[in-house]
Write a protein that binds this ligand. Structure first.
Ligand code: DGT
Ligand code: CA
Ligand code: CA
Length: 595
C-alpha cells in the first residue's frame, strides 16, 4: 500500500469519526498525521519493513502507528469496518463537497436520510435541504455547484497521484523477464494534469503473453479485473485507478505507442496526412494503401489485422510514424493538435524547458505564516537543489486562516531573513510577500512596506463569487499598482476540488503586459494555474512566467517538476520564464520597478 492510500484511508476514518461526534482533539491529531504522511518522501511500507519507529514521525502516536501497520499488513482497518457499520461510508465523500463538511453531512443523513451525492442532489433540488436548520438558499446554491464540480471530476486522478499509484505495478512488469519493453502511453505520457486511466504497452513474445497477462491481472494491488484477453487486459487497482495493458510484437511497437499516446485529435490529423500520401497509419503500423481502398475506416481503430492493409512500411518506432508523414518526431506533451504540425513542418517546434534551466523558486511559505519549515530550512533545501536564488513569500495579514503577516511581523521577518543570509551561503534569499488582493482590488499592505520588499506577489484568497466583470476589474486594479511583480495562481482553480473563479483571463494577461507584471504557473499539482492553454496565450503575448512551487514545506519544492510538465504543455521555453534568469538577470528584472 502506497503512502497516499494510507493517507486516504485515514482521512476516511477521520471523516467518519467526526460525523459520529468523536473528540475534536482526536480528529485534529488524525488530520495532522495525514498531512505528515502525505509529506513523507519514503514509503511507509519500507519504514515498517526496516523496523523504523513510526511514532517518531511528527504527529503520529501509538494509536495511529498501529493503524498504519494494520493497513500495510492487511490492506484494511478493523476500526474503519466497525465505524462503517454505524455511519454510512459514503458520507465521507459528502464531507468533501465544498459547503458540506462533517456536521452538515451528519445532519443531512440523520434528518433526510441522505448518504450519497446523488441523493443530496435530489434533496437539494426538491427544497428539502433549504428547509433544514443551518442551511439556507445560499448554502444550497453552493452545494449544487460543488456537486456539479464533483461530477465533472469524478474518476480523474491527479497525474502525480497516478504516477505513485502505478509505480508498484509498473515495477512488477518491468522486472518480468518475458517483457522485452514496457511503456506508459495515454494522457500520462502527454503530461496532462489529470488522467482518466493508464495505458500500458508491452512487447512480449506470443508464447509468453498468457503468462504475462496472468501476472498483470493477478497483481496484489488489483481489486477488479475488467477483462483479460490475449493481447489486452484491463484492471482497476485498489485505489480506483483503471489500468489497460496491451501486449504486442516489436514490429508494431512504435505505431501502438504513437496511437495510444494520442491525443485523439493529434491522431486524427496524423491519419489525414497519411491518407493524403497514400498511406494508412493505425495502431498496428504504417501501410501502403492498395489502390481502391484509400479511405479505410475513418478512425483506424476498426482494423483488426495489419496484414489486410497492404505493404507494411513502418511501425517499429514512433519516428517511423512521423517520418511516414514527412515530419520530425514530436514531443508527447505537444500532441494535442494545437499547432504542433505546422510548427514541425516549419522547423519551429519549441525547445521545451527542463529542470536544469530553473535557477530559483519565487513563491514559498515558512513557519511565519502557514508553512512547516523555517526560512533557514527552506533556504538550505533550495541551495541543495542548486538554485541561485529563492523568495520567502509568506501570506499578508488579510489571510488570517494562514496566519498572514502585517507590517510589524513582516519587518521582524526581515531580520530573520538577514540572519539566514549570513547562515546559508551560496543562495540569494529575497524578501517577498504573497500580498492579498482585497475585495476592492487594493493591496493588503501599505506602500512603504511594499517598498522594503525585493519581490511582490499578489493573489486573490477570498470573495470568489463576485462575478466575472467585478473579479476581473478587481485583479486588474491590483496589477496597476506600481510595485507588483507577479500575479500568482491567477484563476484560483483547485483540480478536482474547485473550479476557477469566473474571470476574464485574456483581460488579465493584457493588463499584465501593460503593467509589466509576470504571471505565475503555480506548480502545485493540484493547482497548475495558469493552465497550459493560458500559458500558451501568455507566451504568444510576450509575457513572462514565474514557474513557482508555492511550497509550504521542504518536500514540496519538488512540485517544480509538475509545473514544468504543465509549462511544456504550454510550449514554454527557458526564455519565457523569469526564474530561468541567472541571479544577475533576475535582479535586473526586479529593479525595473524599483529604480
Ligand atoms: P484519459 O485516459 O481520459 O486521461 O485520456 P487518454 O488520452 O489517455 O485517452 P484514452 O485512455 O481513452 O486513450 C488513449 C489514447 O488512445 C488516446 O489518447 C488516443 C487513442 N484513442 C483512444 N480511442 C481513440 C479513438 O476512438 N480514436 C482515436 N483516433 N484515437 C483513440
Ligand atoms: Ca488514458
Ligand atoms: Ca485507456
Amino acid at each position: 500500500m502506497e503512502n497516499i492510500e494510507v493517507a486516504g484511508r485515514l482521512e476516511e476514518l477521520a471523516d467518519l469519526l467526526e460525523i459520529r461526534g468523536a473528540n475534536p482533539f482526536r480528529i485534529r491529531a488524525y488530520r495532522n498525521a495525514i498531512r505528515t504522511i502525505a509529506g513523507l518522501t519514503r514509503p511507509l511500507a519500507a519504514m515498517v519493513a526496516e523496523g523504523d519507529d513510526l511514532t517518531e514521525l511528527p504527529g503520529i502516536g501509538k494509536d495511529l502507528a498501529a493503524h498504519i501497520r494494520e493497513l500495510l499488513e492487511t490492506g484494511g482497518l478493523e476500526l474503519l469496518e466497525e465505524l462503517a457499520r454505524e455511519v454510512p461510508r459514503e458520507l465521507a465523500t459528502l464531507t468533501r463537497l465544498d459547503g458540506v463538511g462533517p456536521k452538515k453531512a451528519k445532519k443531512l443523513w440523520k434528518e433526510l436520510g441522505v448518504t450519497t451525492v446523488d441523493e443530496l442532489l435530489v434533496a437539494a433540488k426538491g427544497g428539502k435541504v433549504e428547509a433544514l436548520d443551518g442551511f439556507g438558499a445560499k448554502s444550497v446554491e453552493k452545494i449544487l455547484r460543488a456537486i456539479e464540480d464533483f461530477r465533472k471530476h469524478q474518476g480523474r486522478f491527479l497525474r502525480t497521484e497516478a504516477v505513485t499509484l502505478l509505480r508498484p505495478l509498473l515495477a512488477l512488469l518491468e522486472s518480468d523477464a518475458r517483457v522485452e519493453r514496457i511503456a506508459v502511453a495515454g494522457s500520462l505520457r502527454r503530461g496532462r494534469e489529470t488522467v482518466g486511466d493508464i495505458d500500458l504497452l508491452a512487447i512480449v513474445a506470443e508464447e509468453d503473453r498468457a503468462g504475462v497477462m496472468e501476472s498483470f491481472t493477478g497483481f496484489e494491488g488489483v481489486s477488479r479485473v475488467e477483462m483479460a484477453g490475449e493481447t489486452r487486459g484491463s484492471v482497476v487497482l485498489r485505489s480506483g485507478l483503471p489500468v489497460d495493458l496491451r501486449l504486442l510484437g516489436r514490429e508494431s511497437y512504435g505505431a501502438a505507442l504513437h496511437y495510444f499516446t494520442g491525443s485523439k485529435e493529434h491522431n486524427v490529423e496524423i491519419r489525414r496526412r497519411a491518407r493524403a500520401r497514400g498511406l494508412k497509419v493505425s495502431e498496428y503500423g504504417v501501410f501502403r494503401v492498395e489502390s481502391g481502398d484509400g479511405e479505410g475506416s475513418a478512425d483506424g481503430a476498426g482494423d483488426r489485422n495489419g496484414e489486410q492493409e497492404g505493404e507494411r512500411v513502418g511501425g517499429e518506432s514512433e519516428e517511423e510514424v512521423f517520418e511516414a508523414v514527412g515530419l520530425p518526431w514530436i514531443e508527447p506533451v505537444l500532441r494535442e493538435n494545437r499547432g504542433e504540425f505546422g510548427a514541425a513542418e516549419e522547423g519551429r517546434l519549441p525547445e521545451l524547458v527542463g529542470l536544469e534551466a530553473i535557477r530559483g523558486d519565487l513563491h514559498m511559505h515558512t513557519t511565519w505564516s502557514d508553512g512547516r519549515n523555517s526560512i533557514r530550512e527552506m533556504a538550505e533545501a533550495c541551495r541543495d537543489r542548486g538554485y541561485a536564488y529563492m523568495a520567502v513569500t509568506d501570506h499578508s495579514r488579510a489571510v488570517t486562516v494562514a496566519n498572514g503577516l502585517g507590517p510589524e511581523r513582516l519587518r521582524e521577518q526581515w531580520d530573520e531573513i538577514d540572519r539566514a543570509r549570513d547562515e546559508v551561503e551560496g543562495i540569494r534569499i529575497l524578501r517577498g510577500c504573497e500580498v492579498d488582493i482585497l475585495k476592492d482590488g487594493t493591496l493588503d499592505l501599505p506602500d512603504e512596506v511594499l517598498e522594503g520588499l525585493d519581490i511582490v506577489l499578489v493573489a486573490v484568497h477570498s470573495h470568489f463569487a463576485l462575478g466575472q466583470a467585478v473579479m476581473t476589474e478587481r485583479i486588474v486594479r491590483a496589477l496597476e499598482h506600481p510595485l507588483v511583480d507577479v500575479l500568482v495562481h491567477p484563476t484560483g482553480r483547485l483540480l478536482n476540488r474547485r473550479e476557477p473563479y469566473p474571470v476574464d483571463v485574456r483581460a488579465l494577461l493584457e493588463a499584465a503586459r501593460e503593467f509589466d507584471v509576470a504571471v505565475e504557473l503555480n506548480a502545485n499539482p493540484r493547482r497548475l494555474d495558469l493552465n497550459n492553454r493560458h500559458l500558451f496565450e501568455a507566451k504568444s503575448m510576450g509575457l513572462r512566467v514565474s514557474v513557482a512551487t508555492d511550497a509550504h514545506r521542504v518536500s514540496q519544492l519538488e512540485y517544480i517538476e509538475s509545473g514544468l510538465a504543465e509549462g511544456q504543455r504550454g510550449w514554454l521555453e527557458a526564455g519565457d520564464i523569469v526564474n530561468c534568469l541567472e541571479l544577475e538577470g533576475l535582479e535586473r528584472w526586479l529593479a525595473r520597478k524599483r529604480g
